[in-house]
Design a binder for this molecule. Sequence first.
Ligand code: ADP
Ligand code: F6P
Length: 324
Amino acid sequence: MSDKIKTIGVLTSGGDAPGMNAAIRAIVRKALAQGVKVKGIKKGYQGLLNEEISDMDARSVSDIIQKGGTILGTARCKEFTTEEGQQMGAEICRKHGIDGVVVIGGDGSYRGAQALSKQGINTIGIPGTIDLDINCTDYTIGFDTAINTAMQAIDKVRDTSSSHERCSIIEVMGRNAGYIALWCGIANGAEDILLPEKYDYNEQRIINNIINNRKKGKTHHLIINAEGIGHSTSMARRIEAATGIETRATILGYMQRGGSPTCKDRYYASVMGAYAADILCQGKTNRVVGIKHGELVDFDIDEALAMQKQIPEYDYEVSRILSM
Ligand code: ADP
Ligand code: F6P
């Protein structure tokens, strides 16, 4: 432990994700166990600038491991993208005796952490987003819960779709990334999976696929459409007109971001939270924690933000074959 780190702060930023509470709990308790004080910063960088800061103890994080959302609240804060905002954030940290901050969020939140570390406040990021779109890690907090929530909802749509012999377009979240769509597409046995990383906007191919599948005796046709492609309702209208098959669109929306976290989300959030507290208390800064090949890892934020991640090609190809 560095004798320079006496107090750390923790905040959640960007879209909330199930498992963030498990991470907060781990950070608080792992720091306290080393004699380091912890302050909770409410509502992300906005709460930092508004000085919504309070002391946390082991009991502040009791009974939260199973809860969705984030007890600290979250926000998007434009002011913090400016140099003045970042300087003010660092000054407020110093005023409250905060030597380092753990930031739980996505890529945007990491850029905020990077800026804060340039202003002399130690920072560590933890991947918290349902989208799985953080390149330096195989896992992000909330993804597992979100895909299980979406999968269960899609199963229900499938039931009614089969009964009515309809085509269903189900839109899942993921911003510009197709990971939720890919995982649900495979797990729900979808006939078509539309990913922003892959989609060629060839609607005729989908129409032909629907008609061919109907001829083969399939009673439903499930299309999982990623939010990054969107336009599910108008797509449904066009497909119905072209195929003569009743087509409905369902946009799953925010239900995917809520709910009690799965075991996997609680587990990884707990170990990553503890690890983040450890390296912050050791005096490290401008780093992000992740999971690679099942192991805990940490990278420099600049390096992490420059990394690339691809949709697994084999998995995507397999999904087409399995829906024959
Ligand atoms: P996520 O963290 O999920 O990617 P956002 O992209 O909305 O979500 O980022 C969350 C917050 O992080 C933003 O509202 C802003 O306060 C901060 N942030 C984003 N980009 C930057 C940046 N370039 N510099 C400083 N702060 C940033
Ligand atoms: O990043 C998580 C996420 O739910 C994305 O899937 C989605 O694009 C976005 O956040 C929605 O953000 P907001 O809560 O600002 O509507």
